[in-house]
Design a protein around this ligand. Structure first.
Ligand code: UD1
Length: 340
């Protein structure tokens, strides 16, 4: 059995990826510091896959703990590194915490990955590296723009750290996956997104409003130069995104990568406006959503959706689920956790 380390494996995207890895026969060991996740997620993963992943609570900022972890797991053949802080607004307030948490940890892990017999590494990057791209859909060769926030900057610098290391360490094989907007939940409704406090992202805000936790969704701006005036994003079902990680990992494990550092956009290729997302939710849930038009949110780009040809043809991955499927699963999950 091939052993894979998943950092942040109890988080939203991490937990769905653990499920897909176990479904494909990989042995998974999870590291998570539980700062933005719950140990209960292990039960959901086990109930879906019939297999309990190994789990160690560990703070990746503690270099010596990372070193001793890898001493005990020399047989790891691949690392998928999700563990990171991801709240854009918070990163503006606490830049040093974000640089420490997202970059020091990356460096500590990469040093250990280089000591493994198989140095295969998948990095969680983001479409945020493109900023407001000039051309839609966005290809992987679109220019990287100055980051809007320390969070976004950690994704850009993270990619640079990996690229620079790959340049001099041919034994390191890495893929950065640039996610568009991950939404939805596992169709079993046993795992999903668990935002702490008031959600910052659109879909959990919608489902919490429908569940009665929030009074009303604010649509941030309807005067953008788009067909209905609201911003456009590429919403990707988290299970499709999780599968992209397994395919990327296999590409490295089977030595099929074309160079030792590759980047792929992971999106559907379809742009949807905020109002279209609301519409899709109303269809899935059979209820109307309480929302109002509010001022624009600072830092929002007008439009971002992926050119997916590179992922489709070279990686051999394509999103399968529609926006409606994703909204249905997000609502099923919200109902499950609220006992609705
Ligand atoms: C945000 C981050 C992005 C990060 C991603 C991680 C910003 C500016 N960008 O993406 O860097 O990688 O989360 O998940 O924060 N919206 C509303 N009302 C709401 C919430 C959102 O109208 O209450 C709108 C937004 O204006 C946007 C769309 O919904 O047009 C999606 O927003 P969101 O889910 O926050 O994702 P991004 O901003 O695209």
């Amino acid at each position: 059995m091939k052993k894979i380390l998943v950092t942040g494996g109890l988080g939203f995207i991490g937990s769905h990826t653990v499920v897909e890895l176990q479904n494909e026969g990989f042995d998974v060991v999870i590291i998570d510091d539980l700062s933005n996740s719950s140990v209960d997620v292990l039960e959901g993963i086990t109930s879906i896959t019939g297999k309990i992943p190994l789990f160690e609570k560990l703070d990746l900022k503690e270099k010596s703990s990372v070193e001793s972890f890898f001493q005990n797991h020399k047989d790891i053949v691949g690392v998928i590194h999700f563990a990171a802080s991801k709240a854009v607004g918070e990163s503006v307030e606490k830049p040093l915490d974000y640089y420490e948490n997202n970059l020091n940890t990356l460096i500590y892990i990469l040093k250990e990955v280089l000591n493994l017999n198989a140095s295969n590494f998948i990095f969680s990057s983001s479409c945020t590296v493109y900023g407001q791209a000039e051309k839609m859909p966005i290809t992987e060769t679109a220019p990287i723009q100055a980051a809007e926030s320390p969070y976004g900057n950690t994704k850009q610098i993270g990619e640079e750290i990996i690229r620079d290391t790959c340049n001099v360490k041919s034994e390191l094989n890495a893929i950065a996956l640039r996610y568009f907007n991950p939404i939805g939940a596992h169709p079993s409704a046993k795992i999903g997104e668990l935002p702490i406090g008031v959600p910052q992202n659109l879909v959990p805000y919608i489902t919490q409003t429908a569940a009665g936790l929030r009074a009303c969704l604010s649509v941030f701006g309807n005067d953008y130069p788009t067909p209905d005036g609201t911003c456009i994003r590429d919403y990707i079902h988290v299970v499709d995104l999780a599968k992209a990680h397994v395919i990327a990992l296999k590409r490295l494990v089977e030595n099929k990568n074309a160079s030792n550092f590759e980047t792929f956009n992971i999106g559907t290729g379809v742009g949807s406006s905020v109002l279209e997302v609301i519409n899709s939710f109303e269809k899935a849930s059979g209820q109307s959503l309480n929302y109002k038009i509010a001022p624009r949110r600072e830092g929002d780009v007008i439009s971002a959706y992926a050119h997916t040809e590179k992922a489709n043809t070279i990686l051999g991955w394509k999103a399968q689920s529609s926006l409606d499927d994703a909204m249905q699963s997000a609502w099923d999950w919200e109902k499950h956790i609220r006992n609705i």
